[in-house]
Design a protein around this ligand. Structure first.
Ligand SMILES: [Zn+2]
Length: 326
């Protein structure tokens, strides 16, 4: 039963019943609905913003943990980077110096690893702290590139070390006959009186006097390129050591090697004699470097103490006549 409402009419001075039109009712209803809707939207957005769903809360927690992991990862990369830096430093200042390799320029070591843009696509723009994640990927990239260059450097040094060892074994470095007391060094390199022609002549090697048949040794690793009788040098052996070095051993009484044979430093290649132009049993020894005959006295460093070497240099400087030759 609808309640009848009254109002006081000042003209009639009576209470008159309120007449409600249909339009009023509809307008009231619409107003109420609009008001309710606004309140509802407000409440829902309040709820969504301040009371996230359980799933959203889990995701946020997971995000936090991921962020933490990336931060830890970044620290790990920084520590690996420091270790690599120490290796690079040692490489440039020790290993590459020892093996006479140029240091690797910093710009090569730090060569382009691409900017942050490379990884921008990986990430959702809404993700917070994307810099941490991009940073981790960039650090990893840089580290990989630097490690690759470091590995290449070690490969190069390994090759150089092998080459250096081979070179050290090949280049003439000992005396060709046993000469511990340095009493057998007879005549040095330079202008010397020739014992047979009786004229000053260029002596292109050095002479060691020794009894007939004394062993003659290869002064470095190499390949025998000559083992034959010549007119002036008599029976001679020539060894090619590579790196531009050839040694010649002349006036031999016997051969212990043949042409084409590989020899090691210290290996017996023949015996002292007096074949060819020679006054008495001796070994005439020559070193030819890039086609030039050079003073062998500078190549006896392996088996001499500094004092012995000094003494040998003194003997070599004395202008004793040679013991023969061409
Ligand atoms: Zn000689």
């Amino acid at each position: 039963m609808a309640r009848i409402r009254y109002y006081y009419d000042t003209e009639t001075c009576k209470f008159e019943p309120v007449k409600t039109s249909t339009t009023d009712i509809v307008l009231n209803l619409v107003g109420f609905l609009v008001f309710s809707l606004i309140i509802s939207i407000g409440l829902v957005s309040l709820y969504v913003n301040y009371f996230p769903s359980e799933q959203a809360a889990d995701l946020a927690k997971e995000n936090q943990q991921l962020l933490l992991k990336y931060k830890v990862l970044n620290n790990e990369f920084a520590s690996a980077s420091r270790m690599l830096s120490a290796l690079q430093d040692r490489d440039d200042n020790v290993y590459r110096v020892v093996f006479e390799a140029e240091p690797i320029p910093m710009e090569v070591r730090n060569a382009g690893t691409g900017g942050a843009e490379k990884y921008r696509d990986l990430l959702d723009e809404r993700l917070k702290r994307e810099d941490v994640i991009i940073g981790a990927f960039q650090r990893l990239d840089k580290l990989k590139k630097q490690m690759y260059i470091q590995t290449k450097s070690y490969d190069e040094l390994f090759e150089k070390a092998k080459e250096k060892a081979k070179m050290l074994a090949s280049i003439p470095a000992i005396q060709p006959i046993s000469n511990e007391n340095l009493t057998q060094f007879a005549s040095g390199f330079g202008m010397r009186m020739h014992p047979i022609y009786k004229v000053m002549k260029m002596h292109t090697g050095c002479d060691f006097s020794a009894p007939n048949g004394s062993p003659v040794y290869a002064t470095g690793d190499g390949v025998v390129i000559s083992s034959e009788a010549m007119s002036g040098y008599g029976n001679q052996v020539e060894i090619d050591h590579g790196y531009g070095y050839i040694t010649k051993y002349a006036h031999l009484s016997a051969f212990s090697v043949r042409k084409g044979q590989r020899v090691k430093r210290g290996q017996k290649i023949g015996a002292v004699g007096s074949t060819g132009v020679s006054v008495s049993p001796h070994l005439h020894y020559e070193i030819i470097h890039n086609g030039n005959k050079i003073d062998p006295v500078n190549f006896f460093f392996n088996d001499l103490s500094p004092a012995q070497y000094e003494k040998l240099l003194e003997i070599a400087r004395q202008e004793r006549q040679s013991m023969g030759g061409e």
